[in-house]
Ligand binder design. Sequence first.
Ligand code: DSN
Length: 418
Amino acid sequence: MTEPSLHETDPEIHRLIDAEATRQREQIRLIASENYVSRAVLEATGSVLTNKYSEGYPGRRYYEGQVNIDAIERLAADRACALFGADHANVQPYSGSPANLAVYTALLEPGDTILGMSLTAGGHLTHGWKVSATGRFWNAVQYGVCRDTGLIDYDEVQRLAREHRPRIIVCGATAYPRTIDFPRFRAIADEVGAFLLADMAHIAGLVAGGAHPSPVPVADVVSTTTHKTLRGPRGGMLLCKEAHKKAIDRAVFPGLQGGPHNHTTAALAVALTEASTQAFRDYSAQIVANSRAFARALEAEGFGVVTGGSDNHLVLIDATPRGITGKPLAKAMARAGLVANYNNIPFDPRPPMDPSGVRLGTAAVTSRGFREGELEQVARWMGAVAGAPDDTTTLERIAAEVRDLCAGFPAPGLHTSA
Ligand code: DSN
């Protein structure tokens, strides 16, 4: 029996998937948390593993039929431990937010104090922001960055830690363009007897590739998503010291989740092997080189560059020196085929729905082979967009030039159509 293809079963969804592949092929994707996975990762993600339930852990499941799933999950966890030098890996979290929730569930009591980076300074919702469950179920205290440099204010972290005696300190960010000093956080945590959680979601690929210092040796637990710079499927992962292994595993299952997403686990195992190669180390180094060149070129176009540059995959700009705010710039950029997100900058006087800044990332474009010269061209296009955000002729001309450039840089995975 020949089964009908997606095209035949559901032409509407097939058409939308195809259109999205075209969009990803023809536009320059600058959203700092996005990437292109390989064909191999896509194949594992779209496999029959989606059919299987596997509550529990390898060798200790509640349903039978786990012979292949156990092997896959063990491979993923072993590869994660080997790549990052961790004692233990839990590869079941559905994504970064559930992973962080699992850490708090494992190590804290309700109402304990979390000291985390404020969302407006570049932290994440799950680092204790007030609208997140993490800011409601626990007592969240927030640190930020220095007003003059935009760098994490480690003195403030220490002062708040001494004052509030948090049970856990969270480091890691979603909009911070500089190296994070993990040993400094460890020292502060030790001084007040706190656990240290490092959320390396944004920089996991840079850590794997040696382009950013690793938090694994110093943090009690490291959380991460698997689909940003690490270039794996959408998912989450926890790495921890042996001492926390049982509590972390119990918090993920049965504490917060049911069955793991086995297709994601397999795809993660594939991505971890890819991230162990010299090619991936070269990729990570190029991400940083591209961000640095991009930051310099954006400054030359008259944008403000938060912290004055970048050490990672991310550049945060203040658009207002160009006479435009973040939202209209991001929207005009999208019309020109340059896709990013508007974002608050530290101490932003503007509201989150129309902030001063735009957050930019180089992970996805580096995956398709962009180097410094292409990022400098992107900065020039952004300068032109900022100067004519309502000029359809200019935006359409740039969109056509963007398509031409992209045609010379095929993106991983995109030869596959639905
Ligand atoms: N949504 C992710 C990001 O864009 O940084 C964080 O969860």
